[in-house]
Design a protein. Sequence first.
Length: 475
Amino acid sequence: MEKYDAIIIGFGKGGKTLAPFFAKQGLKVAMIEESKQMYGGTCINIGCIPSKSLEYYAKKSKQQKFQTYEEQDRFFQESIGKKDALTAKLRTKNYDNLNTQKNIKIYNGHASFVSKNLIEIDSENGRVTERIQGDKIFINTGALPLIPSNICGIKESKCIYTSKTIMELKKLPKTLVIIGAGYIGLEFASIFSDFGSKVTLFEASNTFLSREDEDISKAIYDIFIKKGINIIMNAKTQSIEDNRTVCGRSTGGAKVTYTNSQKESITIQADAILVAVGRSPNVCSLGLENAGVKVTKPKNYIQVNEKLETTTRNIWALGDVNGGPQHTYISLDDYRIIRDQLTLTDGSTAKKQQPITTANRRYVPYTVYMDPELSRVGLTEKEAISSGYKIKIFKKPTMSVPRAHQLEELDGLLKVIIDTQTNLILGAALYCVYSSEVINIIRLAMVTNQEYTVLRDSIYTHPTMAEMLNDLLSD
Ligand SMILES: Cc1cc2nc3c(=O)[nH]c(=O)nc-3n(C[C@H](O)[C@H](O)[C@H](O)COP(=O)(O)OP(=O)(O)OC[C@H]3O[C@@H](n4cnc5c(N)ncnc54)[C@H](O)[C@@H]3O)c2cc1C
Ligand SMILES: NC(=O)c1ccc[n+]([C@@H]2O[C@H](COP(=O)([O-])OP(=O)(O)OC[C@H]3O[C@@H](n4cnc5c(N)ncnc54)[C@H](O)[C@@H]3O)[C@@H](O)[C@H]2O)c1
């Protein structure tokens, strides 16, 4: 039986970064990935990169102002093809990155624990099994889409899609219902609306984007309405029934029945239905109980401490599976947490800084990639007030920025919240083109405790969206 210093289960962002780090230290590493289509993990194959690629082409499609569905559909199909070419290229690159390193062996198969240091790998549908042993084991198995069990017909319907399968569509749906107005729901509503689908967005709660301030969520709501997206709040999906076959031919699509705020039961038609109600940890058939690795209840995330150690010594969990924020850059930061503690323990590198842990991780930013993008960091205005801060708000419309005029991207709202006692930035919400870039400048000022005046008085190249900080932060 092969023995390894480190076994990594799952080719996610954290794991694929950890593998070469160990290999460079001369350790023998096994990387186990169950799907050949997933080398590189969710982000590059079925998550961030393909969805952002489609967002890019959807925007181009909108700019083309196609007159017919046939033109829109042709452009959509070409976009899916280009997205597939991009993910294939990145998958190969990711595989080669690890496969070319002499200390790393990649196994293709489903991994499960036999005991705390023994892993079984099932490949070719369980026809071949192999066991390997590891001193240290890292679980990086990601998350899977949640499919609600309380919607009648959801399992049987052929019109149900997840974020993965909707990006494999061969035809642009004329009508699309999206269940869930979270990250995925909002991004895909924007994408498919820009490609030309008629989108209806169902949100079960009574507040649109409740984690944002009302002025920001209202600005987003208004722009979605302007795009022609139908938003139904308090929508409780009751049933999904595929349309019947007529004279031996399927009419396609399905009837979606939901209740609204007034408890009325309404039925609409949809060519496709995207379920986007969250993602749950992928602990399927991992045999965690054989290794004494505990999960949290009721959501089944792998239980970890601030160093990402599980309840079993020498087993760690990183990425979506451990219940932290579900972003690629958090999986990468999880890698840093493990790197820091194992570098320190092994004494191979002298470290001067305090090791990174989840306890000292601050100001996790995020971007929702719709058109325009919403990027956020730190506290909202309502959170700052309820935390007892005395605050000053700087707020301006996106159209106050010269670059926005040049780009013809005038929609949106910019907002920064300042602590008046310290002049430090408490938070920011940028709803504008390229906000995904500018938010990182604001975060850097926050983590390095810069007063907001540093950003206000900084020299920015022109014309850029970043130079908004000169004017936005001026009284
Ligand atoms: C549509 C969509 C868009 C997104 N957009 C963004 C975005 O713009 N920005 C952002 O930061 N985040 C985004 N995310 C979230 C981001 O993709 C995830 O947070 C991130 O990819 C999680 O990475 P991970 O390291 O946890 O593992 P993953 O990348 O999920 O990798 C886990 C791997 O483990 C494998 N695996 C699972 N079980 C086993 C087993 N038992 N044996 C062997 N292999 C196994 C899986 O096949 C998979 O390849 C998006 C997600 C989705 C779905
Ligand atoms: N840009 C990014 O960083 C990015 C993009 C996509 C996904 N992600 C990650 O993927 C994860 C999953 O995204 P998601 O959008 O699926 O989940 P989410 O948790 O962000 O949003 C789910 C939404 O669905 C609603 N909902 C739940 N049940 C419902 C029901 N039965 N009917 C109608 N609405 C219902 C919830 O109220 C919520 O608004 C996120 O946590 C995010 O971290 C990140």
